[in-house]
Structure formats: C-alpha cells, structure tokens
Design a protein around this ligand. Structure first.
Ligand code: SAH
Ligand code: DHB
Ligand code: MG
Length: 233
C-alpha cells in the first residue's frame, strides 16, 4: 500500500492536471495574463493568485451581474484584477486594495500591460484603513466585491463590503476552507479562525443570502463563500 503522503501527492497531481486541462481546452490564458504571472514569479511574489479557471469564474460572475463598479481587497500582482476588470464598460471602475507597495507596483505594471490602467485604481495601505476613506468618498455602491487579502480580517471586510454595497451586490470571499480546517473550532491558525468568524457573521446577517463551495485544483483544497446583499439597508 502507498503511504498517505504518496497518495496525497498523487491526488494533488491529478487536481493540477485537470486544472491544466481546463486551462488548455477553454483557453483560460493569454499574453497579458501569462505576462502577469511571469512578472509575479520574477518578483518572487507568493504564488497565491486565483487559478485561471477561478479567475474566469470571477469574470463570468461579473458579466452575469453587469458589474460596472468592482472592489477588490487583496491585489497581489493584479491577476484576479485583470480577469475582473476586463468585464467593465469604458466608464467602469475597479478599485483594488493592497497592503504591500511592492505588490502594488508589480500589479500596476501588469494592469498597464493588460491595457486596463484607465479603469483600475490601486490603493496602497492596510485595507481596514483604506475602506473607511473609500466609504467617505464614493458616490455609488459597488456591484461586485471580491475579498482576498489577510484572512484574519474577513469578518471585518464583510462588514465593510455590506456598507459599500446596494441590494443586489455580489460579495465573494476566497480561501474559506483551508484544507477543511474551517470546521476545526479549536484551530490556532488565525486564517482558519478568520474564516470561522466570517461564516458566523455571514450566517447571522439578515441582509445577506449566502452560500459556500469547496474547491480542489492546482492550489489544493480550499473554497469560497458568496453572498448577495438583499433588502433595504
Ligand atoms: N487577489 C489576488 C491574490 C491576493 S493575495 C489574485 O488572486 O491575483 C493576498 C494579498 O493581500 C497580498 O498581496 C497581501 O499583501 C495583501 N494583503 C494582506 N494583508 C492586507 C491588508 N491588511 N490590507 C490590504 N491588503 C493586504
Ligand atoms: C493564501 C492566500 C490566498 O489568497 C490564496 O488564494 C491562497 C493562499 C495564503 O495566504 O496562504
Ligand atoms: Mg485567494
């Protein structure tokens, strides 16, 4: 019998191969997207961008809801940003929040190469400091909010997302399963506790209609939560 580690590696290899197959069959990459990933790698950014098929999923969600105003929390090199911003009409706008000036600079170049600079604004700083400023200055709520930054603050990001929303706004939160650890109430991992606080807040929030999905793929076993804002706020 194979030992557990060997078996897990074989399973991961299969998930990665299937993601690659989707990517090839469905043409889930192009020059700008490939160049962004290459630039991220050259700059030694952590390889935690959404996968191509996840990026396309965000893109399709944005199209389904006719998104004109998108907020992203957690830019990294702008890979997910590019996927979403491509949906926007000429007068559309995507604001993306990034703590690291280095990540933001790589993202700026990647977004420029993708021809999206006019629509995308990167705000550098801790999102919990940037979000109140955005709330104070924006005139229109966001149609789509993608939360993908430090997982420990996810419940707070959800609170801000609701404040920056309208009925019908779609909120998506990445990385809420963490290899299944999300069900471990005793976990000492702050990302896991962040996911648990997120689900507590989501479940208790009457202004949201929410679900969550487990995913497997080249980034392992994880998942995302999504919710629509409803009613009057
Ligand atoms: N959405 C990206 C991946 C984001 S990775 C993609 O799929 O392509 C998470 C990013 O969140 C990292 O770049 C990290 O620097 C940033 N981040 C971490 N803590 C943050 C904070 N408090 N405020 C804003 N960004 C933060
Ligand atoms: C991590 C962050 C992500 O946004 C992701 O998609 C995967 C992993 C992380 O910090 O480990
Ligand atoms: Mg993520």
């Amino acid at each position: 019998m194979q030992d557990q580690k060997t078996q897990d590696q074989a399973t991961q290899n299969k998930w990665t191969a299937v993601d690659r197959y989707f990517s090839e069959q469905l043409a889930l990459s192009d020059e700008a997207l490939d160049a962004a990933l290459a630039a991220n790698k050259a700059a030694e950014l952590p390889p935690i961008d959404v996968t191509p098929n996840q990026g396309k999923l965000l893109h399709l969600f944005a199209r389904m809801i006719g998104a004109r105003r998108i907020l992203e929390i957690g830019t990294l090199g702008g890979y997910s940003t590019i996927w979403m911003a491509r949906v926007l009409p000429k007068d559309g706008r995507l604001i993306t929040l990034e703590y690291s000036a280095k990540h933001a600079e790589i993202a700026r170049l990647n977004i420029a190469r993708a021809g999206l600079s006019a629509m995308v604004e990167i705000r550098i700083g801790a999102a919990l400091e940037t979000l109140p400023k955005i709330h104070a200055e924006i005139k229109e709520p966001f149609d789509l909010i993608f939360v993908d930054a430090d997982k420990a603050n996810n419940a707070e990001y959800l609170r801000w997302a609701i404040k920056l929303s309208r009925p019908g706004t779609l909120i998506i939160v990445d990385n809420v399963v963490r290899d299944g650890a999300v069900i471990d109430a005793a976990s000492t991992d702050k990302d896991v506790q962040g996911a648990r606080r997120l689900f507590e807040a989501m479940g208790a929030e009457p202004r949201l209609s929410a679900t969550a999905l487990q995913t497997v793929g080249s980034k392992g076993y994880d998942g995302f939560a999504m919710a629509i804002v409803e009613g009057d706020r």
